[in-house]
Structures are given as C-alpha cells and as structure tokens.
Design a protein around this ligand. Structure first.
Ligand code: GTP
Length: 383
C-alpha cells in the first residue's frame, strides 16, 4: 500500500520520520510523499528526513511560530483558517501513485489533536482515496489536559477519517531510558511493525507472495468508519550453515505451528490499543519471513483461528516473503473494534475534568463551560 503521510504536531512529525527511516532501511516503496505540519517552528526544525520545503508552519498570525500550548481548540481554529497551505502542498503530490492518506498525530497535545481531524475532513472532501488516522493516545500519567484533549480529539478524528488506527502510549514497552529515548524506540518499533503490514503488497518481484496482501485488502479491512488496533509478534529462525559463508536455508520443520503460535501471540498479546477482540468486525493477518518458512497451511490455519477467536467471518490474510530475514513475524490488524476500556476510561476522566472546570467556570467564566460542554452532558467535538 502506497501512502501519502502527513505528520501533524511534534509526535506526528517524529513518527512520520520513523516511517521514512523504515522505508529507506528496507528499501520499500510504501511512502509516496510526506509532509510535516506544525504551529511550532522549533518542532519543525527538529526534524531531519522531511525536506524543509515539506515542513509547513501554520497559524503564524495567531501564535507566531510558538505552538498552541496544548490548546486543541486553537489548533482546530488555526487548521480551519490555514488548511489551504496544507492542501496546496498535497495538490503537488503525485496523486495517481497514492493508495491512501495517513494522518499521524499525538492526541494529547494541542496541534496534532486539533489540526489533524480538520485536515482529515478537508482531504476527504477533495480526494477519492481513503483518509486514515494514526492517533497516539497519551499515557495515563500525563495529566488532565492531555486526557481531555485526547478524548475530544478522538471523537472528532473518528468522525472525520475512514478509519482511526490507535496506538496507546501506555502500551509502549517500558525501559530505563529517558522519555525522549523511550519515544524514539517506540516510534522505530511502531514504524517497523506497521511497515510489515503496508509493505506486504509492495514487493519488487524478487520474491513473490503465495497470497498477496495488496492495497485493496488493507482498504477493505479498514472499511469506512471506526477504530482499529494492531498486534505483532516475531520469533528468530535457525539457519543451516550456508555455502561460502552465505545465509543458509532456514530450518522449516516447525513452519506451520510457528505461524499459528505467532498469530495467536500477536492477537492475544500487547495490542496497540487493548480491546475485547470479539468486538472486531474485520481482521487481516500478514505473515512475513523467509519464503521457505511461509507455510500456506500455517497461514490458512492462522486465519481460521482468527475467525474463531474474533467471531468474525471477514478475515483476510496473506504472506510477505523477505528472503534475507532472520525472523518470522505476524502482524494482525483488528478493525471496527468497539469494546475498548481505555477509550471509555478516557471519556470518563475527560467528562470529570470538564465537570470540575465547569464548576470553576460557572462562577468565573460561563463562556468556557459553553465551549466544552454540550447541553446533554456529552463532550463536545472540536468542530
Ligand atoms: N508515540 C509517541 N508519542 C509522543 C511522541 N512525542 C510526544 N508524544 C505524545 O504526544 C502527546 C503530545 O503531543 P505533541 O505532538 O508533543 O504535541 P503537539 O501536537 O505538537 O501540540 P502542542 O505541543 O500542544 O502544540 C503526548 O501525549 C505525548 O505522550 C513520540 O515521539 N512518540
């Protein structure tokens, strides 16, 4: 699947660059073009793979390049005023090569969470290709304003995209390094894992899959509307010693059970957004690795298992041969999921935060409560 990537806000820009790094390293063709959009000049200066001409600073008349300081209403207002800057840059992309747009944004801050949903709306209005979101949820320890931002952005973003794929920062593997180091590792891991899914149908012809996962399989799995989560698992392979010191053939004796075990692990392990898997409407599985290890019956069995585990008959699947790989991996996309504890929790905390803000604002400033609070006690979308 060939993507036009648009990274919005600081996190969105960094994750987009991680995708570019993955595509370069694996020589894969998944990124047609990439833009970074921000209200903070410093964040754009911190990028290094996206060319300067494709780093777009918006809202300069309102915030003078200093960012919106976690105010996502301001982010959405700026997007409404300045979206043309982004749409002009998108119009310069080779649209005939693009299978889909992917907007990447952290939903806890102000820029990504406010601007990305508005750009999704504009892109869907102008282009036939599907527009997907990759939304990063803030960790539980990030505080009230991040949670409130994420809850409001989430409901607006879901409404505006064809599908919102979610990555919860709380699922990030914990390490002992700094926050920045932790994010860099998480972004690399995220790009590598999603990369397998998007790159599966874009092989250069040197190794042909038995069951191709092309762009339409991914598009049909994502569907139109809803939320997706993603799981991944891998295991190293043993190779017999190769002639002349080259890579030898892998040991294929356990190829079939290994695939089934990996798909189970990917589905039942650490999903990017933990959810009740039986609430999924559709699923897609990609098994990647050396071609000898990609047993057709393994992939078939894994698909049947996934049908049973999720209770949906709409399960697609295929293989992605990577001749030199030192591992076999399984990527599982669950789409149309609805039973998501973290989203319920996010909304509950956000409503509580709003309620306390409302109590303060009723004595201090009624305008604020009207902005955040709809008459029926629900969170207001951003626009
Ligand atoms: N996965 C991931 N999350 C990140 C990264 N950087 C920041 N975040 C998360 O993104 C949220 C903050 O969003 P940012 O992108 O920094 O903020 P912004 O959209 O630029 O908005 P403002 O800074 O308020 O203008 C927080 O919830 C962070 O946890 C990153 O590199 N990777």
């Amino acid at each position: 699947m060939r993507l036009a990537l648009i990274g919005v806000g600081q996190a969105g820009g960094k994750v987009t660059e991680a995708f570019l790094e993955y595509a370069d390293r694996t020589d894969s063709d998944i990124v047609v073009d990439a833009l970074a959009v921000n209200t903070a000049k410093a964040d754009l200066l911190g990028l290094d793979r996206i060319p300067v001409s494709k780093r777009l600073l918006i809202g300069t008349d309102r915030v003078k390049g200093h960012g919106v300081g976690a105010d996502n209403e301001l982010g959405a207002d700026i997007a409404a005023a300045d979206s043309e800057v982004v749409m002009d840059a998108v119009a310069g992309m080779p649209s005939h090569e693009i299978d889909a747009f992917l907007l990447v944004a952290g939903l806890g801050g102000g820029t990504g969470s406010g601007v990305a949903p508005y750009l999704a709306k504009e892109l869907r209005r102008r282009y036939e290709e599907p527009v997907y979101g990759l939304g990063l949820l803030p960790g539980k320890d990030e505080g009230g304003i991040y949670t409130l931002n994420a809850a409001r952005s989430f409901q607006t973003f879901v409404r505006e995209v064809d599908n919102l794929v979610v990555y919860d920062n709380d699922t990030m593997a914990s390490g002992t390094d700094s926050l920045a180091g932790g994010f860099a590792r998480a972004n690399e891991e995220l790009a590598r894992r999603f990369g397998v899914l998007f790159a599966a149908g874009e092989t250069d012809g040197s190794a042909v899959p038995e069951q191709v996962v092309d762009a339409s399989e991914i598009i049909n799995t994502l569907g139109s509307g809803g939320v997706s989560t993603f799981g991944y698992a891998s295991s190293p392979i043993e190779r017999k010693r190769g002639l002349f010191g080259g890579k030898g053939r892998p040991d294929v004796s356990d190829a079939t059970p290994r695939i089934l075990a990996l798909v189970r692990q990917a589905t039942l392990g650490r999903l990017t957004l933990p959810c009740e898997i039986t609430s999924a409407e559709r699923a897609l599985v990609v098994v990647a690795g050396p071609p000898e290890m990609l047993s057709r019956s393994g992939v078939e069995k894994a698909r049947s298992w996934l049908e049973e585990a999720t209770g949906t008959r709409e399960v697609r699947g295929g293989d992605f041969p990577v001749p030199d790989a030192d591992e076999v991996s399984a990527a599982v996309l669950l789409s149309g999921v609805s039973d998501i504890p973290r989203v319920k929790e996010l909304q509950a905390i956000a409503i509580e935060t709003q309620r306390s803000m409302r109590e303060v604002s009723e004595t201090a400033d009624d305008r604020l409560s009207d902005l955040l609070w709809s008459g029926d006690g629900e969170l207001k979308p951003l626009f």
